[in-house]
Design a protein around this ligand. Structure first.
Ligand code: SAH
Ligand code: SF4
Length: 346
């Protein structure tokens, strides 16, 4: 048994060695272009469909699918073969769609305000588990074109570098979503940024900054103690020189923590020399963190201050909040344990 989306064309040809040569092409297109399960490939003879259905197991089983009240955001909860769970978020726009994929089950980075971080690290996702999230989202997005893939779901992509990168290569080459439309988001894993700079495919880099002075960043993003801002900014500058792609900084505005004029000025000092675009998003509430998102007036003021400093900034819409699909809210809770206490009779 193999995960369909971990296979190369050669692997598939080998699996179909006793079939006519054109079958490889047919099955390949069915899998990658149509996102079809072998059972649905009605252009194949039934015995072959059955054989492929048994040979190519799906990596993801849908547990639930939640749709936001405006119908524009879908969140899946998937169960993996070993029972672990992850989430994927699809965002629809009038003429295109973006998928936000998970790269790990859980995360070891421990950012205090992030639901995934609060739950700790579970395990790395395989290449097939990452790619299949994109394949499924692409099918769901139809007739819209899935235009963008962002590694902003659960986990730290740079801490699962090889598999993340292999998934990027499949998404680029086999799904036809160009690297220029793929964004890898990191909390600041400097060796990962340096490695990414050496790759041939030019993906976009997003850095989750949230604080622009070490004293504050040490507190809310523990990895900063290992890679302080001067080191992180050095790696970002080198990435820009090597790749010439747009760099963005993510900034979750936390009421009274990182939303003052001083914070805006410090952020501007880092963003301006790199020409970085800043994505501002009011912090989404999570169970394990007392901090609140900055209220709307404060968000507008922060954006204004950035503007006055000459920094390009966008306030990101808070999508999927009603289904816990917004940034930092992905946690993939395990199913509740069966109740052992006495049930109250109806
Ligand atoms: N680990 C990577 C990729 C996950 S992206 C990273 O941190 O960049 C998830 C994004 O949502 C990151 O920018 C993260 O900082 C942000 N985030 C985490 N918790 C959040 C919250 N409660 N509200 C808003 N954004 C949050
Ligand atoms: Fe991990 Fe990113 Fe959440 Fe930090 S913000 S705990 S790095 S997923």
């Amino acid at each position: 048994m193999r995960a369909a989306f971990e296979m190369s064309r050669e692997d598939l040809a080998e699996l179909l060695a006793d079939e006519p040569r054109y079958r490889t092409d047919q099955v390949w297109r069915g899998l990658w272009e149509r996102g079809a399960r072998p059972a649905d490939m009605t252009d194949l003879p039934k015995p072959l469909r059955d054989r492929l259905e048994a040979a190519l197991v799906p990596a993801l089983q849908e547990v639930t699918r939640s749709v936001s009240s405006d119908g524009q955001t879908t969140k899946w909860l998937w169960q993996l073969a070993d029972g672990r769970r992850i989430e994927t978020v699809l965002m629809l726009y009038p003429d295109r769609a973006t998928v936000c994929v998970s790269s790990q089950a859980g995360c070891a980075m421990g950012c205090s305000f992030c639901a995934t971080g609060q739950g700790g690290f579970d395990r790395q996702l395989s290449v097939g588990e990452i790619v299949e999230q994109v394949v499924n989202a692409r099918r769901e997005a139809l007739p819209r074109r899935l235009g963008n893939v962002v590694f902003m779901g659960m986990g730290e992509p740079m801490a699962n570098y090889e598999r993340m990168w292999s998934a990027v290569q499949h998404i680029h080459s086999d799904l036809g979503i160009s690297a220029r439309h793929i964004t890898v988001s990191t909390v600041g894993v400097v060796p990962g940024i340096r490695r990414l700079a050496k790759e041939v495919l030019p993906v976009n880099l997003a850095v989750s900054l949230h604080a622009a002075r070490d004293e504050l960043r040490d507190e809310i993003v523990p990895l900063n103690r290992r890679y302080p801002l001067s080191v992180l900014m050095g790696a970002c500058a080198d990435y820009l020189v090597a790749k010439g792609r747009r760099l963005s900084f993510e900034w979750a505005l936390i009421d009274g923590v990182n939303d003052s004029p001083r914070d805006a000025a410090e952020l501007a000092e880092l963003a301006l020399p790199l020409g970085a675009h800043v994505n501002v998003i009011p912090l989404n509430p999570t169970q394990g963190y007392a901090g609140r998102g900055t209220p709307a007036a404060g968000v507008a003021a922060f954006r204004e201050w950035l503007d006055e400093h000459g920094v390009n900034a966008t306030v990101r819409a808070n999508r999927g909040n009603d289904i816990d699909a917004a940034c930092g809210q992905l946690v993939a809770r395990r199913p509740p344990a069966p109740k052992t206490s006495r049930q109250v009779p109806h």
